[in-house]
Structures are given as C-alpha cells and as structure tokens.
Design a binder for this molecule. Sequence first.
Ligand SMILES: [Zn+2]
Length: 242
Amino acid sequence: MSPIEPEETARTLKDVQEFDTRILALKRGIEGLADTHHLPELREELEKAKASREGLEADLDEIKHKQLKLDGEVDLLSQKIEKEEARMMSGTIMNPKELQSIQQEIFSLRKKRDEMETEDLEEMEAIDDLRAALEAAGKAVEEVTTEESEAVRAYEAELAEKEAEVARLEAERDELKKGLDEDTVEAYEKLLSTKDGLAVVQIVQGRSCGGCHIEFSRTQIDRFQHEEGVFRCEYCRRMLVK
Ligand SMILES: [Zn+2]
C-alpha cells in the first residue's frame, strides 16, 4: 500500500469534516423537529379540549339526574293533590274545619308543585345550554385532533426525509474515510466528539485558527507557508488544513 500524500490527507479530512458538519446540523434539526411542528403544544391543547368535554359531560349527567328526581317528586305531589281533592269532593267529610284544613293543604301542595315546575323549567334550559356547550366542545376536540394528526404526519415525513439524508451522508463520509489511515481517523473522531463537532478547521488567511481564532506566531505562519499537510492548533488541538 502506498503511503498517503499529506496534501491528500488534508483534503480528505476537510471533506470528511464538511460531511460531519452537515450531518450534525441535520441531527440537531431532528432533535428539535417535534417542537418545530408544535407537537408538544398540540398535545397539550388536545388534552385540555378533551378534559373540557369530559367536564361538560359530567355536568350534563348530574343535571339530568337531578331533573329526573325532580320529575318524580312533581309526580308524587300531583298524586297527593289528586288524593286530597278526591277526599274533599267525596262528601264524606262534613266538618267545616276539617274541610278548610284539606283546602289549605291542597293550596300549599299546589304552591310547592308550581315552585318545583319552575325549577324544572330552569333545569331544562340549563340542560339545553350544556348540550350546546358540549357540542361546541366536541367540535373543538375534533378540530384539534385533526390539527394534531396532520402535524404528526408532517413531522414523521420530515423526520424520515432527514434520517434518510443523514444515512446517505454518513455512507458517503464513511467511503471518504477509507482514504485516511487508522490513526488519523481515530484522532479525528476523538476531536469531533470533544470539540463540539468541529475537528478540522482551516488556517484563516494563513495566520489564525478557524476553530479558536487564535493568531499564530511568525515561525508557525512560515511553516504553514512552506509545508503541506495537516497541522495541529497548539491551543485548541484541532486539525488545521490550508
Ligand atoms: Zn485553535
């Protein structure tokens, strides 16, 4: 195997770094993708809409139950009134005081029934209002559900696309890496993980590090001018290429 030319190594390293920079940007995009598509907010909104619908359902059940009970009580009162009226009309009670007391009883029973019927009407109105609110709440749940599933679909499509792009770039990068010797690859990968994804940088204007931006000494600048290949920044340790 012929030794790899220093210039070629430098070129390859620069290309490999370019691939890794693009891969890293894509991976960061993937990490933030759920937020980009507003998935957490939409899920929260959906839960709130469902909770609101459930609350209204519970209120409606309660008031329906109350109304049913009230209807039963009104029926009982009506039966009682009928019974008292029948007793009064039967002609069996002759005592005027007793008749008067029955009359009074009927009067107060009727008054109570009227009150209950008013209450019943009010509850019927409340039931109508609750039904309308429940219908609106149901529509809100449907709308947010649609919005959320559309967002999930868009998120999944973009995720698949980005993941495929990462895989494609990684394959190309790995192919390029075959042109580097093992030690260089090892050093590169170590730097990549410790230097926030930036292992190889250019020597800016022949005099400073593209990674840490430190300006080199005259001697070093001379070296860069007269030698070829890969250098190391003595400050940030990154690989320097021209
Ligand atoms: Zn540096």
